[in-house]
Design a protein around this ligand. Structure first.
Ligand SMILES: O=C(O)CCC(=O)C(=O)O
Ligand SMILES: [Fe+2]
Length: 469
């Protein structure tokens, strides 16, 4: 059936009417329509506020193609907006790489987070760069849609992941005295329901859509007040990852101000002399020990960095581990991983010394990100030596594993993906080349940061300046 020059079909699975058009998707007032058509890119959904069309440029228009006056949006009972495919698949993967190599224990049980201040504090300030254009674009969208141009400050930017058992009941995002400054929320989904995790559906208590199904690239914008009471179902498997921002009208809650003050403290001649790149420095051990309430003893639970390596099929080898006897506490083992380490897979020990656990984890996660599309011609060859794991190596590897993954089953439950592809294909030649590509990626971002920083400091604001490259 043809409508407005597009085609229309009723999707019984999604229980929604979908109109396919080249330019984007039409939206109508329609009952019960949490819906999507990820393969078509054109989805119909209803907004309680108005009948609108959202073009691929994500601007809001009515059916006559005229922009919708912001006042109309602001007057809705439940002001909210869904932007499908707001982030590209590549951006989702890059943010996933950052989170899986830098995250710490989060603010609630079974939740992990990567904040921009944490990236700066762990000697990875260059990793805030991929966030900058996204923060700008999201702030623009929120201001445009809710009609508050030039009024907002970004209060918080972070990557947040939820794993098995995590959930949140009905709430508004400003529902605590210390959260009253929050005016708007933007949640961008970096992976997909039914593919990367199960459970974790988002619900609004009132208005449409009643349920939102997280899909990689989609963004959900809503007011942080009681007009948008929402909840998230318990995650039943996998890791659900979002880029979450809150916006405030209150300048005293401007995140940029705090971040710039941290950034001014980092030495700009930073790159490590050995590899000539900025190497990450781990924060304190309790930020990486799961579950958090037992962090004082380290007698149960696991180190989240080692767990992330384990689920991808990697182990650690330390030349220092053999100095410690079995009965020593894991606390000392957590010190060992701040020192040089080797990566092991199966019976192969890769003869390259990583500076510490975060350096090693970043290299592995970078390989995980890049290897599917890696062309041999892009790989910068480094001499690779693989050592066959001996019995004494094996004791060393098992000792570290026992001490840092006390509860191996729990570690696997928390980090094993719903997606079986997690245990990826591996070859050492590509891996070795990717270590070189990781260095290139890191130093490019680092130089980019160094060239932008003076402008940020002068303006007390973090922004993209086209003139600086
Ligand atoms: O991740 C989501 O979909 C929303 C999470 C949420 O409601 C919150 O963090 O306040
Ligand atoms: Fe929320």
């Amino acid at each position: 059936m043809d409508i407005f020059g597009g085609s229309i079909r009723f999707d019984s699975v999604l229980n929604s009417l979908i109109v396919f058009k080249d330019v984007g998707f039409w939206a109508f007032d329609w009952e019960d329509d949490m819906n999507r058509a990820p393969n078509h890119g054109t989805v119909l959904h209803s907004m309680s506020c108005a009948t609108i069309q959202i073009n691929k440029d994500h601007n809001c228009h009515n059916l006559a193609g005229k922009p919708i006056p912001p006042s109309e949006m602001a007057n809705s009972d439940h002001p909210r907006l869904i932007l499908h495919s707001f982030l590209s698949p590549e951006t989702c993967k890059e943010l996933q790489f950052i989170h899986k190599s830098c995250s710490t224990i989060g603010y609630r049980q079974n939740v992990f987070s990567t904040t921009l201040s944490h990236l700066i504090a762990t000697n990875s300030p260059h990793l805030i760069l991929p966030f900058i254009p996204l923060r700008e674009k999201l702030k623009e969208k929120v201001e445009e849609y809710f009609g508050c141009e030039y009024e907002l400050f970004i209060e918080f930017t972070g990557l947040i992941s939820w794993t098995k058992g995590a959930s949140i009941g009905w709430h508004s995002d400003d529902n605590r005295p210390y959260l009253k400054q929050r005016d708007y929320a933007a949640v961008c989904y970096l992976n997909s329901y039914g593919v990367d995790f199960s459970g974790g559906l988002f619900h609004f208590q009132d208005g449409e859509p009643a349920t939102f199904v997280p899909m990689a690239g989609d963004a959900l914008l809503y007011t942080a007040d009681s007009r948008n009471i929402h909840s998230v179902d318990e995650i039943t498997g996998g890791e659900r990852l979002t880029l979450t921002l809150w916006f405030s009208r209150d300048k005293s809650h401007d995140e940029d101000f705090k971040l710039i003050s941290f950034l001014t403290k980092i030495p700009l001649n930073n790159p490590d002399t050995r590899s000539n790149v900025c190497l990450p420095l781990p924060a304190s051990q309790n930020m990486y020990w799961f579950p958090p309430e037992q962090s004082a003893t380290y007698q149960s639970g696991f180190d989240i960095r080692c767990a992330r390596l384990h689920v991808l099929g990697y182990q650690l080898y330390s030349t220092n581990a053999r100095l410690l006897a079995d009965e020593h506490s894991s606390r000392e083992f957590s010190d060992i991983i701040l020192e040089p380490l080797h990566v092991v897979r199966g019976n192969d020990l890769f003869d390259y010394e990583f500076a510490n656990i975060l350096h090693l984890l970043q290299a592995v996660q970078f390989y995980h990100w890049k290897s599917p599309e890696l062309k041999q011609s892009e790989v910068k060859m480094k001499p690779t030596k693989i050592i066959s794991v001996s019995t004494s190596h094996q004791e060393n590897i098992q000792l570290l594993k026992r001490q840092l993954l006390k509860d191996l089953h729990l570690a696997e439950t928390i980090f094993s993906s719903g997606n079986d592809g997690e245990r990826m294909e591996h070859d050492w030649v590509s891996f070795s080349g990717t270590v070189g590509l990781w260095e290139d990626y890191t130093s490019k971002l680092w130089h980019n940061l160094v060239s932008r920083l003076p402008n940020w400091i002068a303006n007390q604001s973090i922004f993209l300046d086209q003139a600086v490259e």
